[in-house]
Design a protein around this ligand. Structure first.
Ligand code: 2AM
Ligand code: CA
Ligand code: CA
Ligand code: CA
Length: 256
């Protein structure tokens, strides 16, 4: 990480994400204002908006020419246009509400569509995963990951995709030791980085995968649609984050 300009943004991003985590922890015992977005099971709290607003104002203060793509309040920007910060203020809001665990703050930074920085904070574990696409760290330690074969591994799934066998996921799961569904894309990515799951299959929006895709890339992982084509960073898409050499896993199931 020799690019000084990027290093400044990295240090900034780490502070911003840690501050967000501290804010959530400080306020999570307050009475939350919970509202429905699209459906009774698509929830948002006042803290999601407050955290996102705080992150955006810090970015705008220091980097006024950069753009924002963020989950709440419909803040959209083309990932390929200039410098773009991608924000998911609380990933796993349902877990946050129900479990007070298994949720994350996620921030990513892209330049002309190229991922430059990714950060995922597991708030309740006080663990920050961060990287630049070449190396990934867990707090202060560089992550080294060797990926086991699917037949000796678990896979992370969205419960919806699994139960509807979308993309043949239910069939594919028989080649693994089993499936796990955490309910937070961010925590699923940290589980890939910790060697706890082999890959992740879900139906995600850009802020759900922007940071994770950067963090798993150094280990030969790709984040793509189920047919292997690139993510659009625009709207929700069925996708997978898996080792690159097994890209055709859904169209040509492997046995290993
Ligand atoms: P969120 O908590 O930030 O909304 C499991 O539901 C995962 O899918 C979470 O990471 C969640 O992110 C994400 N997700 C994306 N779109 C969703 C939706 N419409 N309803 C529920 N979860 C959604
Ligand atoms: Ca949400
Ligand atoms: Ca999310
Ligand atoms: Ca969210």
């Amino acid at each position: 990480m020799t690019d000084n300009r990027l290093n400044i943004k990295l240090e900034f991003a780490k502070e911003v994400v840690k501050d967000a985590g501290a804010y959530i922890k400080a306020h999570m015992s307050d009475t939350l204002e919970i509202s429905e977005k699209t459906h009774f099971d698509d929830l948002v709290t006042n803290l999601d908006g407050e955290v996102q607003d705080a992150i955006i104002s810090k970015i705008q203060e220091l980097f006024p020419h950069d753009h924002i793509l963020a989950e709440e309040n419909n803040i959209r920007h083309d990932i390929n246009d200039g410098n773009v910060w991608v924000i998911d203020p609380i990933d796993g809001t349902t877990n946050f509400i129900v479990q007070k665990d298994n949720f994350a703050v996620m921030l990513a930074y892209y330049e002309s569509g190229v991922g430059k920085l990714g950060l995922i904070l597991d708030v309740m574990k006080d663990t920050l995963y961060w990287g630049d696409g070449d190396t990934t760290y867990k707090n202060d330690a560089q992550i080294r990951l060797s990926v086991a074969p699917l037949s000796q591994s678990l896979i992370g799934v969205s419960a919806y995709m699994y139960r509807t066998n979308a993309g043949g996921l239910l069939d594919l799961s028989h080649q693994s030791l089993g499936v796990r569904a955490i309910g937070s894309a961010g925590i699923e990515y940290t589980n890939i980085l910790d060697g706890k799951i082999w890959g992740y299959f879900s139906n995600l929006s850009p802020w759900d995968y922007a940071a994770g895709a950067i963090l798993i890339a150094p280990f030969g992982y790709v984040t793509v649609q189920l047919d292997g084509s690139p993510m659009s960073f625009d709207g929700r898409q069925m996708m997978m984050s898996i080792p690159k050499q097994q890209l055709e896993i859904l169209s040509r199931p492997i046995k290993n």
